[in-house]
Design a protein. Structure first.
Length: 555
């Protein structure tokens, strides 16, 4: 009531939804390339990479135009002279994808800059050391002066980004901007010049062939025979003299098996359905890999209402920087069992972080299977706004900086994508909910009951948030109904009046008052108004052993 009097309103919550199934699959296997194979793959990759980068520069020069005006047919015709028709199609498709991705990144950067500018402008409009409504002014004049300088820098960056958007010329670095900047700081990046050069050349090679339905084994340019695992590749026109197979093809001595998800790959290549192949070279290991990818059929997943109606269990998950807090719930939103904590150690190289994240998701899926859960409920987190305006809303000093680093370290996007794919193949449904107030309300309404129920387990606010997330995914309110039976033995023997399942009270019916001639059921000694939802009193007195044939009622 106090909050309503002050005029504070909670923001509207988005409805829970089922996360879409993965739109494709990608598998990989090592290619045991010999010295001759390595030389041929390098020559082909550098040759195609050079022409693909030239085509990308041409596409950026065309600018932001309609699809029919991007001159793809003309560019493909010119590239066919230096490669082949299918290779030229793959290069023009890659150039268009990179260009559209660059434009989307420019739009996202402009949106982030505008949010930061609005946040600083609102705070700068309030006098230092004062507050105007919910907006707090800066601490002193020195801080306000530094924020004004930052505001000018942000406006200058926004002007440059908007100019690039109008011109339709995004900045694209083939090979990666981070690796390009490392060339000027080789010593700080702990690389030698030779190591940097090998990584740079490996990233700029182009060895990709799009699949084609009806072609031999789903791809004519790069073909993998499922019978013996042999790999053949069509050589570009200037490199046809290196062919060791008919029709200008080169057959590698190494073979590929594709152990992971091999059955799905065989189902496609045996009926000549399209499969795309990518050769990848890792200079750190000195190995070649071949990746196969294809588009998956559209899967129709059940909605949250259908899962609740089916009576299946779900598991709510609260994602944190160092662990996953989970709790299993039944179809009514009641917590089942004890809260679970899955460690999430993401310190170390990127490859190790991804592996540890996959291990945590695997443990979460195993937990859901043990409890026969039908879905996993997670928050639809997105920290873009927090990263853009974190300095204005997440505190200052060491504490604020630590909190911003914690938020930046939570792998929201990667966790969501990994969980979506792994849960789908495990037969589980992922439900995303609005993250508003889950931690606050979970701690307020569920931490103490969970701790009382699990005295041997340390319950944190994150476990309460997991319960709140799971209940929101099922469509229940987070707060428990008042009057839930306590743990007291005398009170617990009575019927609970606040279950999570809503039991409507019969309208216009109340328990008749008891009189001296009416035996008191349940062995009660106090004559009072009954609290049972019954039309008539209990006709049987189990303590005395006789029936009441003529009950007395009072109007």
């Amino acid at each position: 009531m106090a909050r309503e009097k002050r005029g504070r309103r909670l923001r509207a919550l988005a409805a829970p939804f089922t996360v879409a199934a993965p739109s494709g699959a990608r598998i990989g296997d090592r290619v045991h390339a010999t010295g001759r194979d390595d030389e041929v793959l390098r020559l082909v990759g550098r040759h195609l990479g050079h022409h693909q980068r030239a085509d990308l520069a041409h596409r950026v020069g065309i600018g932001k135009v309609r699809v029919k005006d991007n001159q793809r047919a003309e560019r493909k015709r010119e590239l066919t002279k230096q490669s082949s028709s299918r290779m030229a199609g793959s290069m023009t498709r890659a150039s268009e994808d990179q260009y559209q991705l660059g434009l989307r990144c420019l739009y996202d950067e402009a949106s982030s800059l505008r949010r930061a500018i609005r946040a600083i402008t609102r705070r700068a409009a309030v006098a230092c050391g004062t507050r105007k409504g919910k907006v707090r002014g800066y601490r002193d004049q020195a801080e306000r002066f530094q924020k004004q300088r930052r505001l000018q820098a942000l406006k200058a960056r926004l002007a440059r980004v908007e100019a690039r958007i109008r011109a339709g010329r995004p900045s694209i670095v083939v090979g990666g901007r981070r690796l390009a900047k490392a060339r000027h700081n080789v010593e700080k990046s702990r690389l030698t010049e030779q190591q940097w050069r090998e990584r740079w050349d490996a990233q700029r090679m182009f060895l990709t062939a799009d699949g084609e339905t009806g072609a031999p084994f789903g791809n004519y340019t790069i073909t993998v025979d499922p019978n013996d695992g042999s790999v053949t590749i069509v050589l570009p026109e200037p490199l046809r003299h290196l062919a060791n197979a008919p029709r200008g093809r080169y057959r590698l001595e190494g073979t590929v098996q594709f152990s992971h998800r091999r059955d799905e790959w065989l189902d496609r290549v045996t009926v000549n359905r399209a499969v795309r192949y990518d050769f990848v070279y890792l200079p750190v290991r000195g190995r070649w890999y071949l990746d196969a990818s294809w588009g998956a059929d559209t899967a129709v997943l059940p909605t949250p209402d259908e899962i609740r109606a089916s009576g299946e269990r779900t598991i709510g998950v609260d994602l944190n920087a160092d662990h996953l807090a989970a709790h299993v719930l039944d179809e009514h939103g009641n917590p089942i069992g004890r809260p679970e904590t899955i460690p999430l150690d993401l310190v170390g190289p990127a490859s190790q972080r991804d592996g540890r994240l996959r291990a945590a998701i695997t443990e979460l899926i195993q937990l859901a299977r043990r409890h026969d859960c039908a879905g996993i409920v997670v928050e639809n987190l997105d920290f873009d706004d927090a990263r853009a305006t974190g300095r204005e809303h997440m505190g200052r000093g060491g504490r604020g900086k630590k909190f911003r680093r914690t938020v930046a370290g939570i792998p929201t996007a990667r966790f969501r994508e990994r969980l979506r794919g792994m849960a789908f193949h495990a037969g589980l449904v992922v439900i995303a909910v609005d993250p508003a107030y889950t931690s606050i309300w979970g701690e307020r309404y569920w931490k103490a009951p969970l701790q009382q129920q699990n005295s041997k387990t340390t319950v944190t606010r994150h476990h309460g948030a997991a319960v709140a997330i799971g209940r929101r995914g099922l469509g229940h309110r987070i707060r428990r109904r008042p009057g839930v039976t306590a743990s007291d033995q005398r009170i617990a023997s009575r019927r609970a009046t606040g279950q999570t399942v809503f039991v409507p009270r019969p309208r216009g019916t109340t328990s008749p008052p008891r009189t001296a001639s009416t035996p008191i059921p349940d062995g009660k000694t106090r004559q009072c108004q009954g609290d049972r939802l019954a039309l008539l009193p209990d006709p049987e007195d189990r303590s005395w052993g006789h029936r009441i044939t003529d009950p007395v009622y009072v109007d």
